[in-house]
Design a protein around this ligand. Sequence first.
Ligand SMILES: C[S@@+](CC[C@H](N)C(=O)[O-])C[C@H]1O[C@@H](n2cnc3c(N)ncnc32)[C@H](O)[C@@H]1O
Length: 373
Amino acid sequence: MILAVHTDDIKRRWIGWRNRLLASPRFQRFAARFPLTRPIAHRRARTLFDLVAGFTYSQILAACIETGLLDLLAQGPRDAGAVAERLDLPLAGAERLLRGAAALRLVEPLGTGWVLGSNGAALLGNRGIGEMIAHHHLLYADLADPVALLRRGGGGGALSAHWRYAEAAGQGSAADVASYSALMAASQPLIAAQAIDAYPFARHRRVLDVGGGEGAFLRAVAARVPDVALGLFDLPAVVARARARFEEAGLSARTTLVGGDFLSDPLPEGYDLVTLIRVLHDHDDASAILLLQRIHGALAAGGRLLIVEPMAETPGSEPAGDGYFGLYLLAMGSGRPRSAAVIRQMLDTAGFRRSRIVRTAMPLTARAIVADR
Ligand SMILES: C[S@@+](CC[C@H](N)C(=O)[O-])C[C@H]1O[C@@H](n2cnc3c(N)ncnc32)[C@H](O)[C@@H]1O
């Protein structure tokens, strides 16, 4: 205890000294000119500038997606005139967008025309990201006054109207759920591939996906693990959409779909694996613990729960967890990103015997925890 206080004291003094130095205009001038510190000073200035200007980068990206610029250049090189005509922009507007997008490596100049850039190509490889960006105008509107959003405790804006279940648990008409369910289904391949690569689903006979949306995750599991029986639980209006998808995929005979509110209706029993994919972080602590307790109660003896979602305090991806998802969920009106340690503590409280982190390929978008009943 005494040692901890002493270490904190040393750390506090070091941070104070460092911050005084970094804030000093004299030191900043020196660091930018001195050959040994110049590269560091430039890197820090760039990081700081990105913090200041990040919202303009996001809006350039939004314009690329909304106008279909990336799809157009994926078809082949175009000159600025052709881009302007296809995007229905004045030539000067098209050139401004192309130059901004080039600075972000979304596009790049080639000869007298333009082609897809490295970031643009990677984005097109993940269709779900494009769908996420396309709905960001809702979050952007809610974040126009971030302090007001923080003061009112979140919700009450455009994003919470989109994700209606967040503020009106268990509700949602067919029209309400259509756009968010489609968005979730489009972004699911990113997550499903990681979860299925990381966890041995073949050791289970019956898998229940709670909050399973339109069933994109279960269909990905079915494609890799031929013999497993599939169950999906979600709000009734979402289940109606899922039913059509399973029919189209020829998987109806293998699948049991149940509609209800997972915080109050009975959860289906007899499954040896329950999955919660991008669900827990949507809910405030009391609901999240209740959901875990209810899953614990519904699982067969010896069964497991697999949680997959982006998490807070993920080493190397901190801004994604506490930055992006922290504000996203605040605007949505419920939930919070949690660290793996906090989720494991909640699993413990809910009665699970033990839990462990399962390593995934891209922890920025998906971390996984498995818990034994
Ligand atoms: C963020 S989406 C995730 C969907 C899917 N697991 C995925 O990763 O694509 C959360 C899902 O939980 C469902 N959900 C939210 N609240 C619910 C409740 N109280 N009862 C049942 N399902 C609920 C939503 O309808 C939605 O399909």
